[in-house]
Design a protein around this ligand. Structure first.
Ligand code: 6R9
Length: 649
C-alpha cells in the first residue's frame, strides 16, 4: 500500500525547534541512555529539591514505575508562580463561551489569585494532601482553577466529564471515596443547558447508599438556573473565594505523589482509575506540548478537547501552562451557532496552533467548505489531531481546506494511560503521510508483536506494545495495583500493551489500526463494550446483551447492540427507544446505542463465550466472511442474526 508523502514545509522547518537531524540524534540518545536524556530534560520544570535519581522502573513482577523519585516540586507552582516575574500580565487562559459574544481573558497574575483563593477554600473545608476531589464542571476557567488548586495543596483531583450521568458520576465518587465535589449550577453547550448540580445531587444520593458520604459541594454559578440547595453541604464558589486569602504557598510534593485520577474504559469491568503522579507527568506533558506543536513564546494555542478527558488535562491545562503559554478554553461545540464557529474563534483570537479530533473534522467536512472559507485562518500555523485514527480523506481536507497546504498536521497517538503524546510527527522534522501517526516521540520504544507475543521486525502488522517506561506513564490503577499489572503487563510479559493494533511500513512509520480489545472508540471517546452491556442488562426487559462497534461515517465507530429479551417481552420500536434512553441515563449520551437488534440467541462457543468476531461481521454487514462457525454451540442462531441485521447496505 503506498501513501502520498507530504514533505516538511520549508517555513515549518525554518522556525522549528526540532528538525529531522535533531530528532534522529535526540531520539537515539533518548533510547540508548534514557537516564542521561531524562536527567537533562527533567530540568525543564522547577524543583524545590532537585532529583538525584532519574529512572527506577520495572515492567516485570509487581511492576513499579518511578521517575525523579527524590525530587520535590509542585505542579501549580510550575504552571503559575514561576511565570509571574516574566509574564504576570500575559494572558494565561482565553475563555470563549458557548455564546459567541461571551469571552474573557485571564492573565497569569489573575490565575495566581484565583487558584490561591480556591486552594484556601479547599483547605478551610478540610481538604488535605492526598484527599480526592471530584471535579464535575463545564468548560469554564473555574475547571482549570479547580485542578490547579488541588495540585497546589496536594489533593488528588478526579475530573468527571460533564456529559456523564449521575450513575457514572456516582461510580467514580465511590471508587476513590471522594468527599469533596466541585461543580456548577448548570453547563451550557450548543445553547442547551446541562443540569450539573442536579446530577451531582443525585450522584451523592447514590454514593450515600454505598456509604460514601460527600461532605461538601462547591458550586460555581454559571447560568444562575434554578437548583436545589442543601445548606449544610453546599457552598457558593463566588462567596467562598471572595472571603479567601489571595496567597497560598504551594505544597512540597514528592515527584511520585499522586496528581490526579482519571477514569477510563477498558475491555472488562468498571472504568479504571488511571493514576498519574507529579514530576514525571509534568515533565512529559510540557515537553511534548512544546515540541509536538512546535510551541514558541507568544503563540496562541487552542485544544478543543474537554477537561474531562486526558487531552484536556495534558494539553489544555498542564502542558501549556507549564510552558507559560496562552491556552484557549472553549465552552461550546463545533457547529453552534454555525459550522463556522471553530474558524471564527481562530480568527477572533488569532490562534496559531489548533488541536482537535477526527470526529469534529469529519462533521465539519460534511457541512461543506463554505463554512471554512468564510474565515481567514491566516494566524494558523500547526494543526493537530487526536483521539482516533484519522481517515486519509479527513486528513486531506484538514490539510488542504483548513490549513490551505500551509500547516503541518500532527496526528498524535496516545492514551489516558500514557499521560502524553507517544507517536507523532514533529512539524519541522517529519514528512507526513495522511493517516499515519508516523514516528515515536523521544524516549518511546514501540514494538509490534503477534498474538503469541513474538516480536515482529520491519514491515509488519501486529499488536502495539511499548517496551520501556517514559516519565508520563500511569503508575497504577487507583486502589487496585493488581488490575494495573493484569491489564497492561500480563498479555505480553514485561511489556506495556496498549490495546491497539498497528502497522509499521517500510519507512518505519506507525499506522494505528484501532483497538484490538473490546473497547470501541465513539467520536474519540473510549467506551467499554462491557459497560454498555451491563447498562442494557440492568433493564427489566433484557436478559442478555452483546455490544460491538461498527464503522460509522461521522463517529468513527457506532455502537451496535444485540439484545436478547426476557421470555414473553416483545421487541418493539418503542422498546428500542426505551433501551437507548436507559443506556443514556446509566452512562451518558456518549454511550447512546446507534443500532439495537433483538436476537433470540447469541452465537456462543460451547463454553459459553460470545463470539464477538461473528457479531462484528454481521454489524458491518459483511457476513460473507464469517469464518469458522463450527465451534458454536448452536450454529443456527447465526442465520436469524443475519436475517434481522440492522445495517443492511
Ligand atoms: C488521547 C486519547 C486512547 C485510544 C488509543 C487509540 C485511540 C488516540 C489516536 C488514536 C489512532 C490517533 N487513539 N489517538 N488512534 N490515531 N492519533 O484519546 O486517550 O481517550 O484514553 O483513548 O484512542 O485507540 O488507544 P484515550
Amino acid at each position: 500500500m503506498s501513501s502520498p508523502v507530504y514533505r516538511v514545509l520549508p517555513d515549518a522547518k525554518k522556525r522549528a525547534l526540532i528538525d529531522d537531524e535533531k530528532y534522529l540524534k535526540w531520539y537515539k540518545q533518548s533510547v540508548s541512555d534514557p537516564e542521561k536524556f531524562w536527567a537533562r530534560h527533567g530540568k525543564r520544570i522547577d524543583w524545590f529539591k532537585p532529583y538525584t535519581k532519574v529512572k527506577n522502573t520495572s515492567f516485570t513482577g509487581k511492576v513499579s514505575i518511578k521517575w525523579f523519585e527524590d525530587g520535590v516540586t509542585n505542579v501549580a507552582y510550575n504552571c503559575i508562580d514561576r511565570h509571574l516575574k516574566k509574564r504576570g500580565n500575559q494572558v494565561a487562559i482565553i475563555w470563549e463561551g458557548d455564546n459567541p459574544y461571551d469571552d474573557k481573558k485571564i492573565t497569569y497574575n489573575e490565575l495566581y489569585d484565583k487558584v490561591c483563593r480556591l486552594a484556601n477554600v479547599l483547605k478551610a473545608n478540610g481538604v488535605k494532601k492526598g484527599d480526592r476531589v471530584t471535579i464535575y464542571m463545564p468548560m469554564i476557567p473555574e475547571a482549570a482553577y479547580a485542578m490547579l488548586a488541588c495540585a497546589r495543596i496536594g489533593a488528588i483531583h478526579s475530573v468527571v466529564f460533564g456529559g456523564f450521568s449521575p450513575d457514572a458520576l456516582a461510580g467514580r465518587i465511590i471508587d476513590c471515596e471522594s468527599e469533596f465535589v466541585i461543580t456548577a449550577d448548570e453547563g451550557l453547550r450548543g445553547g442547551r443547558k446541562i443540569p450539573l448540580k442536579h446530577n451531582t445531587d443525585l450522584a451523592i444520593e447514590i454514593a450515600e447508599r454505598q456509604e460514601v458520604r460527600v461532605k461538601k459541594v462547591l458550586v460555581v454559578q454559571r447560568t444562575a438556573g434554578k437548583i436545589e440547595w442543601f445548606e449544610d453541604r453546599d457552598i457558593w464558589y463566588h462567596e467562598a473565594i471572595a472571603k479567601a486569602k489571595p496567597d497560598c504557598s504551594p505544597a512540597k510534593m514528592k515527584a511520585e505523589d499522586p496528581l490526579f485520577i482519571l477514569y477510563t474504559s477498558g475491555s472488562t469491568g468498571k472504568p479504571k482509575g488511571v493514576l498519574h503522579t507529579t514530576g514525571g507527568y509534568l515533565v512529559y506533558a510540557s515537553m511534548t506540548h512544546e515540541y509536538v506543536f512546535d510551541y514558541h513564546d507568544g503563540d496562541i494555542y487552542w485544544c478543543t478537547a474537554d477537561v474531562g478527558w486526558v487531552t484536556g488535562h495534558s494539553y489544555i491545562v498542564y502542558g501549556p501552562l507549564a510552558n507559560g503559554a496562552t491556552t484557549l478554553m472553549f465552552e461550546g461545540v463545533p457547529n453552534y451557532p454555525t459550522p463556522s464557529r471553530f474558524w471564527e474563534v481562530v480568527d477572533k483570537h488569532q490562534v496559531n496552533i489548533f488541536y482537535t479530533a477526527p470526529t469534529a473534522i469529519r462533521a465539519l467536512m460534511g457541512a461543506g467548505d463554505e463554512y471554512v472559507k468564510a474565515s481567514s485562518r491566516k494566524s494558523l500555523r500547526t494543526l493537530g489531531s487526536v483521539g482516533e485514527p484519522i481517515n486519509p480523506e479527513a486528513w486531506e481536507w484538514y490539510y488542504n481546506v483548513v490549513g490551505e497546504k500551509k500547516c503541518p498536521i500532527v496526528d498524535t497517538w496516545w492514551q489516558t494511560e500514557t499521560g502524553g503524546i507517544m507517536i507523532t510527527p514533529l512539524p519541522g522534522a517529519t514528512n507526513l503521510k495522511p493517516g499515519s501517526a508516523t514516528r515515536p516521540f523521544f524516549g518511546i520504544q514501540p514494538q509490534l508483536v503477534d498474538a503469541d507475543g513474538d516480536v515482529l521486525e520491519g514491515t509488519a502488522d501486529g499488536n502495539l506494545c511499548i517496551i520501556d517506561s517514559w516519565p508520563g506513564q500511569m503508575r497504577t490503577v487507583y486502589g487496585d495495583h493488581d488490575r494495573f499489572v493484569q491489564t497492561y503487563f500480563s498479555t505480553y510479559k514485561g511489556k506495556y500493551f496498549t490495546g491497539d493494533g498497528c502497522r509499521r511500513d517500510a519507512d518505519g512509520y506507525y499506522w494505528i489500526t484501532g483497538r484490538v480489545d473490546d473497547v470501541i472508540n465513539v467520536s474519540g471517546h473510549r467506551m467499554g463494550t462491557a459497560e454498555v452491556e451491563s447498562a442494557l442488562v440492568s433493564h427489566d426487559a433484557v436478559s442478555e446483551a452483546a455490544v460491538v462497534g461498527y464503522p460509522h461515517d461521522l463517529k468513527g465507530q457506532g455502537i451496535y447492540c444485540y439484545v436478547t429479551l426476557m421470555a414473553g417481552v416483545e421487541g418493539t420500536d418503542e422498546l428500542r427507544k426505551e433501551l437507548v434512553k436507559h443506556v443514556r441515563t446509566e452512562i451518558g449520551p456518549i454511550a447512546s446505542p446507534d443500532k439495537i437488534q433483538f436476537a433470540p440467541g447469541l452465537p456462543k462457543t460451547r463454553s459459553g463465550k460470545i463470539m464477538r468476531r461473528i457479531l462484528r461481521k454481521i454489524a458491518e454487514d459483511d457476513f460473507g466472511a464469517l469464518g469458522d462457525t463450527s465451534t458454536l454451540a448452536d450454529p443456527t442462531v447465526v442465520d436469524d442474526l443475519i436475517d434481522n441485521r440492522q445495517n443492511k447496505k
